[in-house]
Design a protein around this ligand. Structure first.
Ligand code: FA5
Length: 343
């Protein structure tokens, strides 16, 4: 067989192999085996030394043509295989936007915050302003201006975290009363404010006490405010929050900044005209009273002209009552399983 015939056969054989190849790796093997130094074409070319001088360039040109043909066929196949591989990869990585996603867990306001916001809505509806004061407070506002001088025995009622002898973590939201009274311009009308916020006491934590809890302070100062206004306001708030069948009860109490002072209980469970008084269970939720004349005087308000009522309620206790939670510490453990119940 002539060298040309051998090369033609080789070309046909290699083209068939290229045609059948489905992988880049085996295509590369074909290239190395066919066109490489030890491949059949090189072998054929080596045999040219036996040809005549006339035959040599003809066979040489033919061999080069075959080599070019095979090279081109390999390149074409390589491009086709690479394109197919890319398409397969794109198909496998395609995002199916019709698949349902994972549900995103939605958070919700903390239950105490929810109670505070409900109270804010109610009081804003009754014409109150929301006031704020610092949690790191001066002794002057937390105690002195609330009619509790340094040696006053009632300071012991609220065990205090002191930062310096004059600076403390506020034990109550009542200092916001003093701060607002100082600022208020009575020429513009009555003072009606509530002030929700965090307070701190060196109380030992138990089921109904926390060393850090919340209060909502309330203060109304005007010319003809009576205890009846206080009771009506608190009854409206309690019934809105707990339901119309709840009653409130005022018990005499003592606070240095109010006179007379009361503690207010809310009835636990429904109460109607048939309920016997001895069957009602009462829960204490707030302290209140008529603003003490000394407090007004210290804030520069004439107690002969102005008077008012104040209250400080515990939203933590409100939340316990409203949802039947028997341990206040649950509100502060931040267990999502507990907190997510109050949506
Ligand atoms: C006061 O703090 C007064 N400043 C309230 C006040 C304001 C009276 C204005 C008169 C006029 P008392 O210490 O009782 O009072 O606290 C008020 C409410 O805060 C309580 O009724 C209770 O609901 C809540 N509270 C008190 N101590 C704790 C505590 N350690 N943990 C959770 N809640 C508490």
């Amino acid at each position: 067989m002539s060298l040309q015939d051998t090369l033609t056969e080789l070309q046909a054989d290699v083209l068939a192999q290229i045609d059948q190849t489905t992988e880049l790796k085996s295509l590369n093997d074909i290239r190395v085996n066919t066109l490489g130094k030890k491949g059949p074409i090189t072998e054929v070319l080596r045999g040219m030394k036996d040809l005549t001088a006339e035959e040599r360039p003809v066979v040489g040109a033919f061999a080069n043509e075959i080599r070019d043909n095979l090279q081109a066929a390999i390149e074409t196949k390589k491009a086709a295989l690479e394109a197919a591989a890319l398409n397969a990869q794109l198909a496998s990585e395609a995002l199916d936007v019709t698949l349902p996603g994972h549900a995103v867990r939605k958070g919700n306001a903390h239950v105490i915050q929810q109670i505070i916001e409900q109270l804010e809505d109610q009081f804003i509806g009754m014409g109150y302003q929301i006031a704020e004061g610092p949690e790191v407070e001066e002794d002057k506002y937390n105690f002195e201006m609330m009619n509790l001088p340094k040696d006053h025995p009632a300071r012991d009622m609220q065990d205090t975290f002191y930062i310096t002898p004059e600076i403390l973590m506020r034990t109550q939201t009542s200092p916001v009363q003093a701060r607002t009274m100082e600022q208020h311009d009575f020429a513009k009308g009555a003072l009606k404010m509530i002030s929700p916020g965090r307070v701190y006491r060196r109380d030992t934590d138990d089921a109904t006490h926390s060393h850090q809890f919340h209060q909502v302070e309330g203060l109304v100062i005007d010319k003809h405010i009576t205890m009846g206004d206080l009771k009506g306001t608190l009854l409206a708030v309690a019934q809105e929050l707990f339901g119309a069948k709840h009653q409130i009860r005022l018990r005499p109490s003592y606070f240095p900044f109010t006179e007379p002072s009361v503690e207010v209980d809310v009835s636990w469970g429904d109460v109607d005209e048939n309920t016997k008084p001895e069957d009602i269970e009462w829960i204490e939720v707030l302290g209140a009273g008529m603003v003490h004349p000394n407090v007004l005087t210290k804030a520069g308000i004439d107690p002969e002209v102005y008077g008012g009522f104040a209250f400080g309620l515990g939203p933590d206790r409100f939340a316990m009552l409203k949802y039947g939670v028997d341990d206040i510490r649950n509100f502060y453990l931040n267990d999502v399983r507990f907190l997510s119940q109050f949506k």
